[in-house]
Design a protein around this ligand. Sequence first.
Ligand code: 7RM
Length: 654
Amino acid sequence: MATNKKNPTLITTVGTMAATAAVAEYQDHYQKTLYDSDYFWDQTARQELRWYSLFHRVQDCDLHAGRIAWFLGGKLNVTDNCIDRHLPERANQVAILWEGDTPDQIRKITYLELHQEVSRLANVLKSYEIKKGDRVAIYMPMVPEAAFAMLACARIGAVHSVVFAGFSAESLRDRICDAKCTAVITADEAIRGGKTIPLKRITDEAIMACPLVKTIFIVKRTGNKIPFYPERNVWLDEEMKKQMPYCPAEVMDSEDPLFLLYTSGSTGKPKGVTHTTAGYLLYTKLTHRLVFDHQEGDIFGCMADIGWITGHSYIIYGPLANGATTFMFEGIPIHPHPGRYWEMVERHKMTQIYTSPTAIRTIARESIDYVKKYDRSTLRVLGTVGEPINEEAWKWYYEVVGEKRCDIVDTWWQTETGGIMITPLPKIHSKMLKPGWASYPFFGIRPVVLNEKGEELNSKSGSEKVEGLLAIKNCWPGMARTIYGDHQRFYNSYLAAYPGYYLTGDGCRLDEEGRYRITGRVDDVINVSGHRLGTAEVENALSTHPACAESAVVGYPHEIKGQATLAYVVLKEGYESNGDLLGELRNEARHHIGAFATIDKILIAKALPKTRSGKIMRRVLRKIASAEYHDLGDLSTLADPSVVEQLIHQHKIL
Ligand code: 7RM
């Protein structure tokens, strides 16, 4: 066992730091976690996780080779850590506190009940011959059963792939097929913001092209009539009643996959980002506790959906690993009224709230009476995630919601990083918060700013403004290990461009005090309301319309959503632009991807600006979409520069 007794106090201090330490202490510890990283993670993993048998090596990572492995040889089970280990002490403590789409629906699931429900569901899966290593798709509304389903998979070692309930049948199909899922867990219907989504019907449509799917488990949410095919459809509640409330936890290796989560990249095909057992659990546990200053008795309110990584890491795995009471919300921030979040904060005496800048901007538009009306005195930490937060929204969160009393944590991370990477720490950085700056790296994380040539920039390198590509220079336990079924793609996407670095795809700035500000994507990914959308995915959707000859989709700044989408579309001969056609084109994205993938503006173009080698000059399209018509850069390689004038003219009258 690689132990190192140089720093016996480090870990214990880190654990209690949030309450006591000053900035200097943070920096000292941070530096130690970097240069004796193995020691730090070794101690943390022993202390934080319950192991069936301990690992024999802390890590075996080589970014050059694309090899990432942590806690080698260790045996454990995620649900043993998230549930069993809190029993019997927390048997009657609420584990999951759920509020439905309307405030009259509240459910409280204690740790004992969670143990029983997860066990029953795990036994159901087993009775349908689902076993360790099998992939199970979860296409669910935000109900406690969705959490039970994820945990039941983890219990038996099946690999879950949660697909956000806003995705279309086609997107669901692609994800089920790519992961070779053999079962789907869904619900009759979802309810969100008063609207229903026919999840079962969509699932039926999706699996027509997925012959590997043997069983569809259905949770009753609305009870409305749905198509039911007894050969392979089963009602989950009926099956669970038949099962014992105890299921032994499968012994998993540290590096056994825990889940896949599909996310958009630069190409049209979503990537099955793969997270494994020990490293992911450890990283989400530690970040949840330190970033949100988790204390005994807290009610932690992450408003994300489990269809996104934030829901995985900070509704389910991180909080439950810490024995917290985690809040799960089925609805949306403005339903039935724009004070919904604060009403829930008051009702449940929430101590933290974690949401997106889009949600904050949406609520901030409304009267502040919706906030002031409710008692928010229990809140200590206010988190944001998913997209850059503008100064105005940050200040509103800080001043109106938090009454300048709460710490704001602007947390930067990604599906691929598993957990929070850059963030202020409550109490420690309270006096050093800068609106819009995600600020400081978490323990054990070494971010760098690279220029296009791959050279590291720092505040001492002379230039007054350090700005470039955000990369991470080391490995950490929470990072994704691969893209399901395509390790080469993982390597090419994140590790190949600048050998020895994990490339994030985000741009950033660094200030003299070591704070980072994330400026947004630098690749062909747009971030609409904190949801990642590949421009190529939207272009693929558009290309299925018979009138579309060619298209290019770009993002432009949007007051509420952060970014919105503009599609430049070239029509085929014989088609003419009119209201119906624009409506149909718009619908393609909804239909092929999902309702959240809206196209905000469509510009029917005669031609797209292309270089002589035929490459679309996206930089120019982005500038025009943002109404920055002047500083378009070098246009000399364009085959036909007059196209640009034409597009500018059209954009002005759009
Ligand atoms: C957690 C999550 C990741 C992308 C990422 C960024 C953007 C996320 C912030 C942010 C500025 C932040 N995972 N992003 N957090 N940008 N400040 N605090 O969102 O995979 O869905 O998206 O989101 O562009 O690369 S994600």
